[in-house]
Write a protein that binds this ligand. Structure first.
Ligand code: NAD
Length: 424
């Protein structure tokens, strides 16, 4: 679905979008621009063949990937996606966005990402486990707690992380919990991880709203994607006094001028796994979602959603990118001209990787923190990162995305420059 939306809308790939984002930041990098090409080349990309015994007795071959985009600042960090449209181009882009995200947040990681081209919903649990274990075995030559630490992404979850941890541990002959993050709590997972990304969307959104003159209390909120990220972000905005007037998921678009009861919608979704059929709002056309008069928009579903055309007509003041890569570079320019503030994905949805970092630290120390402690530390890191980027944007008179890329690229390229090139 993600890949398709890129192809239909503007005919550019996710990796091309990333390269265009890098082109935009290079003029701000001064002498460090000399090293910028390092960002245009993934350090390492592994393509693996994964044969799996299917339940019907046949053997099916799946294609999997692990890309380490940049490791200048530390081990690679990034999720593993199971989706029918996964390909090398997409995984390269997602790994690069992880490099930028970890550096923008000043976490001691580089960027990586993995994926398998598969529809996980078509596999039995046994098939899914065999697929995951063979994939782990294939990529185990490049991952490790000090090398590259995977995590969940679209189509994967804590159960899959437990299989990865177990497979890697069996090969090592010892339990290595720090090989993945996003694990079940009883296997070394971190409290607060599940809600961290949605929470980060709220925290960064609240900080920017204050400075951009957008009042959350009484604001009109529209959300695309009511999954892990969209759900928690919506809950926190409602708690802060926003009114959710529209929600779109893969099944439907719901609208209620007086505000949607999200607790009731959650109950409905728990039973039906989608929002279609919910009675507390009227169903509207999917395209109408982009015409609604709103104050705050949270895209929390897919890449490539805010196209040039949608950017021209969007009627909102603030966009909080819960999803990775929801806005095309050309649409970004229009939003900037129209004075619509965008909190970019690399900061907005970085709550997840921040708590993943905490999980890795806790696993290494075998000492675990309370949820309050985790939320407190996460809020502090996110607020500081957001303020740093806000100030950088003011200094350079540029968008928050360009500012985040300036901050991140400076950190990555300083590391690259000071490490030098081996062998000399
Ligand atoms: P999820 O699978 O829990 O939820 C995805 C939601 O998007 C669902 O409500 C689904 O119905 C909806 N959706 C799917 N296709 C759609 C379409 N065509 N139109 C409208 N809605 C559609 O996924 P998630 O974990 O909430 O992730 C959402 C986005 O956030 C992804 O881009 C992901 O990469 C990004 N993200 C997630 C995390 C995390 O910690 N979960 C961290 C960083 C970034």
């Amino acid at each position: 679905m993600n890949k398709l939306s890129y192809a239909l809308d503007t005919n550019i790939s996710a990796w091309t979008t990333y390269l265009r984002q890098i082109d935009r930041v290079v003029p701000y990098l001064g002498d460090l621009a000399r090293w910028a090409d390092t960002l245009r080349h993934p350090k390492r990309a592994l393509i693996v063949d994964i044969p799996v015994h299917m339940d019907d007795g046949k053997i099916h071959h799946f294609e999997g990937y692990r890309v380490q985009h940049n490791l200048s600042r530390g081990p690679g960090k990034g999720g593993i996606r199971y989706h029918p449209n996964v390909d090398l181009n997409e995984v390269m882009a997602l790994s690069a966005w992880m490099t930028i995200k970890c550096a923008a947040m000043n976490l001691p990681f580089g960027g990586a990402k993995g994926g398998i081209r598969v529809d996980p919903f078509l596999l039995s649990e046994g098939e899914l486990e065999r697929l995951t274990r063979r994939y782990t075995s294939e990529i185990s030559i490049i991952i490790g707690p000090q090398k590259d630490i995977p995590a969940p992404d679209v189509g994967t979850n804590s159960k899959i992380m437990a299989w990865i941890m177990d497979t890697y541990s069996m090969k090592q002959g010892a339990t290595v919990t720090s090989i993945v993050t996003g694990k079940p709590i009883h296997l070394g997972g971190s409290l607060g991880r599940e809600k961290a990304t949605g929470r980060g969307v709220f925290i960064t959104g609240r900080e920017v709203a204050k400075r951009a003159g957008v009042k959350i209390q009484g604001s009109r909120l529209a959300v695309q994607g009511f999954g892990n990220v969209g759900n928690e972000a919506t809950r926190l905005f409602v708690e802060a006094g926003a009114s959710v007037i529209a929600i779109q998921d893969h099944s439907s678009t719901l609208f209620n001028e007086r505000g949607i009861d999200v607790v009731a919608l959650n109950d409905w979704q728990d039973k039906h796994r989608k929002i279609i059929g919910f009675k507390g709002a009227k169903q509207i056309d999917r395209d109408e979602f982009w015409d609604i008069h709103m104050d705050i928009l949270i895209p929390a579903a897919l890449e490539g959603q805010i196209t040039l055309e949608r950017a021209k007509k969007l009627n909102c003041k603030l966009i909080l990118e819960g999803a990775n890569g929801p806005t095309y570079p050309e649409a970004d320019d229009i939003l900037c001209q129209r004075d619509i503030t965008v909190v970019p994905d690399v900061i907005c949805n970085a709550g997840g990787v921040t708590v993943s970092y905490f999980e890795w630290v806790q696993d290494m120390a075998s000492f675990f923190w309370s949820e309050d402690e985790i939320n407190l530390r996460m809020d502090k890191i996110m607020i500081e990162a957001m303020l740093h980027i806000w100030n950088k944007a003011q200094e350079n008179n540029c968008s928050l995305r360009t500012a985040a890329y300036i901050v991140a690229c400076e950190r990555i390229l300083m590391a690259r420059k000071d490490r030098g090139i081996y062998p000399g």
